[in-house]
Design a protein around this ligand. Structure first.
Ligand code: SAM
Ligand code: SF4
Length: 378
């Protein structure tokens, strides 16, 4: 291992803790998965940034590394999901090439997601490879969204790869309810994962999907607990993505309602803070913590959208609520050079729609898109 000095990141203008980044030069990740030569390629040179037809600069990419998951959250998946055959899913090398192309095209923030990203075999090899863009200052943030079930095993290595914060999904702190909402989840494992992440120096942000009749009553206690542990917490409105067992209408809890209920307990003041995503934040006077709301249904935030998503098949989705996508797997597999890949990305960005239009209503409630969140990557 060669250590890259923290100064190389400080020079890139990154604030926050300066951590020593270790770039593997020995083609073998600590988990014993062979690294592919392309992953050790030098950091890319930047080219003209991606700007969509509405003048929005696309600088944030969420990339799903697998559609598989060790849980089956009721709002995300059906119990008997059919997963993609392995050949349809991008290899780690292809994922690295794809992410690196986006970095060249001006992506400053990369979020690895899934499915459950930590369930992808060898995924740390990808994090290790992508950390070279942090070291070079080309990438501002490398992060992930996880259900936390395997975080205890990977937190230290993630931190070592330059990951500074993780989003952990946690809808309830009641172990029985946790098991019910995830169908298979082990609450204690997730708690252990969160603690190990914290001990490893990762900043933990919690995400909770607001579910009617499930976690609405618990919400104030969840806020108090999260803030007491120093974690930001963001509530998310359930979105009509993919078919699941229960009626979306029955799950849907408008965050306007939840916020009003929380304001009976807490004093919420709009915060100028932005994480670069769609959440609107409030400072909570009583806890001293920060509370976020992601409201794709009750308040459309598309005007400031700076992101695109890539599914684990290499399909580039320009908007979470639209089916239109560009196939990046074909140019990746057609040629070892990246010209065609970059041209395909540039052309696709010109098709980014103005916004989404999710609807959840009792009569005729249907999925806005056929694909589940686990396919597109949350
Ligand atoms: N498995 C990881 C996790 O659960 O954090 C990452 C992938 S998951 C698809 C990403 C986020 O999407 C999670 O916070 C999850 O709660 C959220 N999610 C899944 N399905 C959703 C839906 N239909 N509406 C709103 N959020 C959803
Ligand atoms: Fe898995 Fe995350 Fe979907 Fe839950 S929300 S089933 S943890 S991908």
């Amino acid at each position: 291992m060669r250590e890259i000095s923290p100064d190389s990141r400080a020079a890139s203008g990154r604030g926050g803790a300066k951590r020593r980044l270790r770039i593997s030069l020995d083609f073998l990740s600590p988990h014993g998965v062979a690294m592919l030569p392309a992953m050790n390629a030098p950091a890319p040179l930047p080219s003209a940034p991606l700007v969509d037809p509405f003048g929005r600069r696309v600088s944030y990419v969420r990339v799903s590394v697998t559609d598989r998951c060790d849980l089956r959250c009721v709002y995300c998946m059906s119990e008997d999901m059919n997963f993609l055959p392995k050949r349809d899913v991008l290899s780690l090398e292809e994922l690295d090439r794809l992410c690196s192309a986006f970095v060249r095209l001006g992506t400053r923030k990369l979020r690895v997601t899934g499915g459950e990203p930590l369930a992808r075999r060898g995924v740390m090899t990808l994090f290790r490879a992508l950390s070279r863009h942090l070291a070079a200052g080309a990438l501002e943030e490398l992060t992930l969204t996880t259900n936390g079930s395997q975080l205890a095993s990977y937190a230290a290595e993630l931190a070592d790869c330059g990951v500074e914060r993780v989003n952990v999904s946690l809808d309830t702190r009641d172990p029985a309810k946790f098991r019910a909402v995830t169908r298979w989840g082990d609450f204690d494992k997730v708690m252990a994962g969160i603690e190990v992440a914290r001990a490893a120096g990762l900043k933990v942000k919690l995400n909770a999907v607001a579910l009617k009749g499930f976690n609405d009553e618990e919400a104030p206690a969840l806020v108090a607990w999260a803030h007491g542990r120093g974690f930001d917490l963001t509530f998310i409105e359930v979105m009509p993505l993919g078919a699941v067992a229960s009626e979306r209408f029955d799950q849907f809890l408008p965050l306007t309602e939840l916020r009003a209920a929380l304001e009976e307990r807490f004093t919420l003041t709009p915060s100028p803070y932005s994480s670069g995503g769609p959440a609107r934040y409030f400072d909570v006077k009583e806890t001293g913590g920060r509370l976020g709301f992601i409201t794709p249904l009750t308040h459309n935030f598309c005007e400031s959208c700076n992101r695109v998503r890539v599914a684990c098949t290499g399909r580039l989705y320009l908007c979470l609520g639209h089916e239109d996508a560009a196939d990046l797997r074909a140019p990746l597999r057609r040629s070892e050079a990246d010209e065609s890949l970059e041209a395909t990305i540039r052309a696709a960005i010109q098709r980014k729609p103005k916004g989404h239009d999710f609807v959840i209503e009792r009569a005729g409630s249907h999925a806005s898109t056929a694909r589940h969140m686990s396919v597109t990557g949350g």
